[in-house]
Design a protein around this ligand. Structure first.
Ligand SMILES: Cc1ncc(COP(=O)(O)O)c(C=O)c1O
Length: 185
């Protein structure tokens, strides 16, 4: 049983470290298979209705774009915002949102261009009813990531966190977004 206890103790240490990297609480974190599973879990937690829409930039990561595109079969429109010369403008993302927008997925530091999104500005400008799902796979571990500026944070661990291929999912419970994913564990 010592190994089992050590396993959970190590998980707690890791969550504490993730909390200190993100200004979130250790209790907000789950250690999961990979970032893509975190995206899918967050997407599955929304009670989608016909006529809802989602917003993503065309240069954002495939796992986010494809998860959202999959929702079209449920009558959810996926609004893919063209990045102007590979540069994502926050005002373009906001302009794509309306009263039916339920979720916006964005990479904190873009994998293709290195552009860093101003999360503070985005989170303070977007309707608080829109789930703000931030992918910090290319920033966590190498630069400040403030999890207060999103509802959910995902990251892969094999990049700047220098770990093997697992994933991180954080639910910022200080904000009012509920979380009832279709899968557990
Ligand atoms: C923005 C972003 N998110 C996530 C991932 C990796 O996701 P996963 O942990 O599911 O392999 C990548 C891989 O290149 C990425 O660029």
């Amino acid at each position: 049983m010592a190994g089992y206890a050590n396993h959970w103790a190590m998980g707690s240490v890791v969550k504490q470290q993730l909390a200190s990297l993100t200004n979130l609480n250790a209790e907000d974190f789950a250690l999961i298979g990979n970032a893509s599973k975190g995206i899918a879990r967050v997407v599955s937690s929304v009670d989608w209705r016909v006529g809802d829409n989602t917003v993503v930039a065309d240069v954002d990561y495939a796992s986010g774009r494809f998860s959202l595109a999959r929702l079209t079969s449920m009558g959810v429109e996926n609004r893919v915002v063209p990045a102007d010369d590979n540069f994502i403008k926050i005002e373009d993302l906001l302009a794509a949102c309306d009263a039916q927008t339920r979720l916006l997925y964005i990479i904190h530091v873009n994998a293709h261009t290195g552009q860093r999104i101003d999360l503070k500005r985005l989170s303070e400008s977007i309707d608080p009813n829109v789930v703000l799902l931030v992918d910090a796979s290319h920033s966590l571990g190498v630069m400040p990531v403030d999890g207060n500026y999103c509802d959910f944070l995902v990251a892969s661990t094999y990049k700047f966190l220098l770990v093997t291929h697992t994933g991180v999912l954080a639910w910022n419970q200080r904000r009012n977004m509920g979380f009832n994913p279709l899968s557990v564990g």
